[in-house]
Design a protein around this ligand. Structure first.
Ligand code: KG4
Ligand code: ZN
Length: 332
């Protein structure tokens, strides 16, 4: 079946066509209109600007997604849309657009949770992947471990108690003057530094699956500001490398505990920060240590996109999820 999917929870307006069946999961088109350059001027996502920018491009990218896929609207079997969590004004753009399109054309409408969508990106990259498994979602808004019981049911078994890992990468990147958002630039810079040069406090909360990144974020920013005030020369690569190591070690140190808790032998990572090369390498090592299989999405499916929403939408559709005209968006 053909699914037309929409995503507008933050600063990417995305539309995709996926051809989904028991035999295969095929991406027919994957269109993303990014607002990164606009928000870069402010050093972070400005919600009001994000909503307006979604409205400006959503029709255009829908035509583009259908044209690229070579599919017409009357061939679409279901429309999937992210309805939360995310920025409320941003979410409402795709929710209302999808709603209008679905009801005007008599196409079933399927609401999709953004976090489940991130995990589902892996069903596209790894055609053989099936639940149950342990999932780690690390993005700009989330850092959580999930017991993924089926395609549509998951339980959060641990999470950050404050900031998300991606937020920490971006805020520190901003103080260091790295290109916005800081995650990718930090990943590259960390390759050039000494990861043992500076000792930062660990975000790990011992013997639990919880983390706390706000202390680490403050410690790194204080380190940079203090050195600047003293007129000391900063080795930015060492800071990036030591900070990244601290984040990666804290997250990967939880893999063994999470596997023991769930009894699974598969680990799936997802979300924007799952593109981080250091995190991927380190979690793979942990998986080898515990005899677990490791799955990560293709790099182009790590950040926000609509393909992942189409993939999850397919399983929600099979489970009977349908939205009516009252479908709303939820922020958290
Ligand atoms: O999943 P995503 O696109 O949006 C949310 O749902 O939050 O994640 C965006 C986050 C940003 O914080 C960005 O800096 C981070 O993912 N990111 C990375 C890398 N690529 C993107 N963080 C670390 N290393 C990367 N290579
Ligand atoms: Zn996301």
């Amino acid at each position: 079946m053909y699914i037309l999917a929409f995503e507008s929870s933050c600063d990417e307006t995305a539309c995709a066509v996926c051809e989904m069946s028991d035999e295969g999961r095929i991406v027919k088109s994957n269109i993303i209109a990014s607002q990164v350059d606009t928000h870069a001027l402010y050093g972070g996502v400005v919600p009001e600007i994000a909503s307006r920018a979604h409205i400006e491009v959503i029709s255009k990218i829908t035509y583009e997604a259908l044209d690229t896929a070579g599919v017409t609207l009357d061939q679409i079997d279901a429309i999937a849309v992210t309805n939360g969590p995310g920025l409320i004004g941003a979410l409402l753009v795709a929710v209302n657009f999808a709603k209008s399109l679905a009801f005007a054309n008599n196409i079933p409408l399927v609401p999709v949770d953004h976090i489940k969508g991130h995990i589902a990106g892996n069903y596209i990259t790894h055609q053989e992947l099936k639940p149950p498994f342990l999932a780690l979602v690390v993005s700009g808004g989330h850092t959580s471990f999930f017991d993924v019981k089926s395609y549509t049911e998951l339980d959060e078994i641990g999470s950050t108690l404050d900031d998300a890992a991606g937020e920490c990468f971006d805020k520190i990147g901003r103080v260091m003057g790295l290109p916005y958002p800081g995650g990718y630039a930090m990943d590259m810079l960390a390759r050039k530094g000494d990861k043992n040069a500076i000792k930062f406090p660990s975000p790990s909360i011992n013997d639990t699956l919880n983390l706390s990144f706000s202390g680490l974020k403050t410690a790194v920013i204080n380190y940079i500001n203090t050195a600047r005030q003293r007129g000391e020369e900063l080795c930015e690569a060492d800071i990036a490398s030591s900070f990244t190591k601290t984040v990666v070690e804290a997250i990967s140190s939880k893999i063994g505990l999470a596997l023991a808790k769930t009894g699974y032998d598969k680990v799936v990572i997802a979300g924007g920060v799952s593109a981080n090369s250091h995190l991927r390498e380190r979690i793979l090592e942990e998986c080898k240590k515990f005899g677990a299989e490791f799955y990560a999405p293709d790099l182009k499916l790590c950040g926000d996109n609509a393909v992942m929403i189409g993939a999850q939408g397919y399983y929600e559709f099979l489970a009977g999820a349908r939205a009516d005209e009252s479908l709303n968006a939820y922020p958290s």
